[in-house]
Design a protein around this ligand. Structure first.
Ligand code: 13P
Ligand code: SF4
Length: 301
């Protein structure tokens, strides 16, 4: 049996679609019907008419799809794949920040659990964080959990006061050093530096372009340049090498930019999940209603 052909057959038989984030291994991206950044995946999960969504990503992404699609079953090939950033904050942390700053709007990065989202007013992703922050009608914003994305947004929206959660970040992006980026730039002086806003402030300051995974891909597709230094997880670079074979993509620190959580899913795991319908995301109805509100408010902006 050819496992990839079998996956295609099962998809048809079960009216299922496979969604994958850009950080997934290339062989998973190649099997997916929909590949995207976290905003695109949330939007597109809502718009498909499949009965089963097999979600290849970390578990907050599957949870977001399940919140948006109560009429569909969302299956995770690796339900144990969490997100280091989402694990940096609890619902109690958000409640504490709200008590200390009662007149603030709570903006919550989508890289968070449903229980944390349920405490927040509006979600954002790295593609729309600025737009969301500007849309808020209070003078003060509690921005959780990512202090790096939050600092970038705060620098672009100086008219508002921002409150952050201590220690909230992605340990993969946050630890990429400015020195390693500069070293790569010295080797490739004509390359543009493209940075995901989860990187620390020193790396963000070096960026020719700062954006989400999808925005980084689009930038490279539309650019007249041929060389790029990519400061985000390796999956994005792999995808661009496949999409744009004539352009050159450099990685400043291959070891640091590897998200082991995003790389847990193998083709066998995807096949078993689809065949046996395992790893279903189940969210209790009260929690679903509360956690859905900030996502829907974001999608309406
Ligand atoms: P995007 O919103 O750019 O897809 O990023 C998600 C993520 O997990 C970044 O580390
Ligand atoms: Fe989470 Fe960081 Fe992995 Fe993105 S790269 S999924 S933020 S741990």
């Amino acid at each position: 049996m050819d496992i990839k052909t079998e996956i295609q057959r099962l998809k048809k038989e079960k009216n299922a679609v496979i969604l994958a984030h850009y950080y997934q291994p290339m062989e998973i991206q190649e099997l997916a019907d929909i590949v995207g950044d976290s905003l695109e995946l949330a939007r597109k999960s809502k718009n498909t008419d499949a009965g089963i969504l097999v979600f290849c990503g970390v578990n907050f992404m599957g949870e977001s799809a399940a919140l948006l699609c109560p009429d569909k079953r969302v299956l995770l090939p690796a339900p144990e794949a969490g997100c280091y950033m989402a694990d940096t904050i609890t619902p109690e942390d958000v409640r504490r920040l709200k008590t200390a700053n009662p007149d603030s709007t709570v903006v919550c990065y989508i890289n968070s659990t449903a229980a944390v989202k349920a405490e927040c007013d509006v979600c954002c992703t790295s593609s729309n964080a600025l737009k969301v922050a500007k849309s808020v009608d209070t003078d003060s914003i509690i921005f959780v959990p990512d202090k790096n994305l939050g600092a970038y947004v705060a620098s672009m929206v100086p008219e508002k006061k921002f409150i952050f959660h201590e220690g909230g970040c992605c340990k993969i992006h946050d630890k990429l050093s400015a020195e390693s980026v500069l070293k790569e730039k010295a080797l490739h002086p004509n390359a543009d530096i493209l940075v995901h806003p989860e990187c620390n402030g020193k790396v963000c300051a070096l960026a020719d372009f700062l954006g989400s995974t999808a925005q980084i891909i689009t930038y490279c597709e539309n650019s007249d340049k041929n060389e790029f230094i990519i400061c985000t997880e390796l999956g994005v670079t792999e995808r661009m090498r496949a999409l744009m074979p004539d352009k050159r993509f450099y990685i400043p620190d291959t070891k640091q930019l590897y998200c082991d959580m995003m790389k847990k899913i193998s083709v066998e795991m995807l096949y078993n999940c689809l065949k046996n319908e395992t790893g279903e995301v189940v969210i209790e109805e009260g929690l679903r209603e509360a956690a859905l509100k900030p996502i829907e408010r974001m999608l309406g902006i």
